[in-house]
Design a protein around this ligand. Structure first.
Ligand code: SF4
Length: 286
């Protein structure tokens, strides 16, 4: 079996930054540290942080009783202004590890709203990044959707969630323009370059391989996107989060491709390649 691993694997820039800074902090400071929500959508990484001493709480209305003497970390996806205010009022220290790419998108949206644009975001309302965006800008001048609507606004700016796929975004704004008659329109691709590159690689690997494994969180939006892209080309695409999920599966084939989401740790990938070497005498290609 020959195994080709995508070039862009492991943590993306934003996750790497958040993960490393969190670990540095845990090592040099013994003040109790909390994380509001999960740092990333990957249970292995979250468990690893818990093992290093991080404490997680998910409900802003149920703060830890020792918050006044503790630190709290804001995760890579960001949070709403109201959540930020509550954390600042109740914790000794707030460490903001929102990915700068996400923060830049929020700043862009605020700027365009001030210039009088109504914002349409191609994304999922429930995704933490979208919740954070909506809760950080003028909520009366933004719509987060994947559906096409007839708008009453004439001055509109269309942007995208950072993790959506470029083809769907293009289809979305093309249809939006056909359905509406805007007098002033801005379309800005705010898809993160890290996820776009992985998308391109996913297509190449899915075309090359007999079978594809996508390694990443089951609730990670960018991992699910890679799974969908790969499946469209290669129906023998398997999404796993942990190596244990492979134990009863027969992966025998000549060419196996591997992709990972942006919150998949490199050590999990290593575990996978070792497993393939041991069980299938796999040759990992450069
Ligand atoms: S995928 Fe992009 S925007 Fe999201 S955390 Fe990673 S680098 Fe930041």
């Amino acid at each position: 079996m020959k195994v080709k691993v995508a070039e862009k694997v492991g943590f993306c820039y934003g996750v790497n930054r958040a993960y490393n800074k969190t670990n540095e902090m845990l090592k040099k400071d013994n003040k109790k540290t909390y994380l509001f929500g999960e740092l990333v959508h990957n249970k292995i990484v979250v468990q690893n942080l818990k093992n290093s001493g991080i404490n997680i709480f998910k409900d802003i209305n149920k703060l830890p009783t020792d918050s006044k003497t503790s630190k709290v970390i804001i995760r890579a996806h960001g949070i709403t202004l109201e959540e930020r205010r509550i954390l600042e009022d109740n914790f000794d220290e707030v460490i903001d590890l929102t990915c700068p790419i996400v923060s830049n998108m929020t700043s862009f949206v605020i700027k365009k709203q001030k210039e009088g644009y109504f914002i349409v975001v191609y994304g999922s309302k429930q995704h933490p990044e979208m919740r954070a965006l909506k809760g950080s800008v003028d909520q009366s001048k933004i719509k987060i959707t994947k559906d096409i609507h007839k708008e009453n606004y004439k001055k509109v700016c269309i942007v995208s969630q950072t993790t959506v796929d470029i083809k769907s975004f293009k289809n979305f704004y093309t249809e939006y323009l056909k359905t509406n008659d805007f007098s002033d329109i801005i379309i800005k691709n705010t898809i993160c370059i890290e996820t776009s590159k992985r998308e391109i690689e996913a297509k190449k690997i899915a075309n090359w391989a007999d079978k594809v494994i996508v390694l990443g969180g089951k609730n990670s939006s960018n991992t699910k996107k890679l799974v969908n892209i790969s499946k469209t080309i290669n129906e023998k695409t398997l999404h796993i989060e942990e190596i244990e999920e492979l134990k009863n599966k027969d992966l025998s084939c000549e060419k196996l491709g591997i992709l990972t989401g942006t919150s998949t740790a490199i050590w999990t990938l290593k575990e996978l390649t070792e497993y393939l070497k041991n069980k299938y005498s796999a040759e990992i290609l450069d």
